[in-house]
Write a protein that binds this ligand. Structure first.
Ligand code: C5P
Length: 302
């Protein structure tokens, strides 16, 4: 994050995440699903810039098919910020440079919204407290609060109750490989479809503690066998290509492979970036060079 001095433009990078665990525990009366999920930040980013303006919210984006009105989570975040901060006589100009795939289960849109809340709060001299930002984040979407702190976390409830976790020793020097098939998956559809998969809909709790123990054990094979995503049941049965990606990665020797969120991204945790690059090259050879892949060395902070 930095300022461009002449125009007082604030720049922020907006990362993404993978779900190392997404364990659905049942459907709730409010229509959402109760979860235990372990989310890990991934430092592949979209870029946002913010400027104060005379009035209104003006959002620009490099991807023409993305709406730039109130259907866009960045626009909604900006509206929520202005309302809560009581700013009526000023407006905002925002540019969103999308580099990450859409509807991919890696939370890029939620991260954009969180970056907007935090960025605008900085631009206007911090009128809102952390607790107020958190409250706005929850209202924008289940994954938005995670991106306000952007550290590994165990999330419960509908995903909005965040318990930050220390960086796991196993991720030092490691890298994530992300593979996007060129199409997105609808999150509401994926959750709704769990009705046809009762075992996946009513997961047994406490998978999170087992995965955390494996992540602290330093054994990537142990991690691989504890990764779990309930939403694979409906999503992999509708999109068998995603199962083929996983099978191929495991054949290549990847020990820890799973779908992220509601898909369509598949991820693999590699012991080093070189291994992830090698798997990406082999996947492209097998499934076509147009396949979107990205390797992100894990950032360990704090
Ligand atoms: O909270 P968010 O807007 O990201 O959720 C998108 C959709 O995903 C919800 O409308 C709901 O259909 C589904 N969902 C769910 N249970 C969750 C999170 C999301 O059913 N815990």
């Amino acid at each position: 994050m930095n300022y461009d001095d002449e125009k007082m433009t604030l720049h922020r990078e907006s990362p993404c995440k993978v779900n190392l665990l997404l364990n659905v525990l049942g459907r709730r009366p409010d229509g959402f699903h109760e979860l235990e999920t372990i989310m890990h930040p991934v430092h592949l980013t979209d870029a946002l810039s913010f400027e104060r303006a005379a009035s209104g919210i003006e959002l620009g984006c490099n991807v023409p098919e993305l709406p730039v009105d109130s259907r866009n989570l960045v626009h909604r975040a900006a509206t929520a910020f202005l309302n809560r901060a009581g700013i009526q006589r000023e407006g905002i100009r925002i540019h969103l440079e999308k580099r990450l795939p859409l509807a991919a289960g890696i939370g890029a849109g939620s991260a954009n919204a969180a970056a907007t809340l935090a960025g605008l709060n900085e631009l206007f001299g911090s009128p809102l407290s952390e607790a107020e930002l958190q409250e706005l984040a929850v209202a924008l979407g289940s994954d938005v609060p995670f991106f306000l702190q952007c550290k590994p976390a165990l999330a419960t409830g509908r995903g909005e109750q965040i318990q930050p976790l220390d960086f796991f020793s196993i991720v030092r020097g490691a890298a994530f490989l992300l593979v996007y098939p060129g199409f997105g998956v609808s999150t509401p559809w994926a959750y709704r479809s769990l009705a046809r998969f009762p075992d996946a809909l009513n997961g047994r709790p406490s998978r999170a503690q087992k995965l955390i123990a494996a992540l602290n054990s330093g054994d990537l094979n142990a991690v691989g066998s504890e990764l779990y995503n309930s939403l694979e049941a409906p999503v992999l049965s509708k999109y068998p290509l995603l199962q083929l990606f996983q099978d191929h990665l495991r054949e290549l020797g990847a020990p820890a492979v799973r779908m992220s969120g509601s898909g369509s991204t598949t991820f693999a945790l590699a012991p080093a970036p070189e291994a992830a690059e090698e798997w990406a090259a082999r996947l492209k050879k097998r499934f076509g060079s147009q396949l979107w892949t990205a390797v992100a060395p894990v950032h360990v902070e704090g």
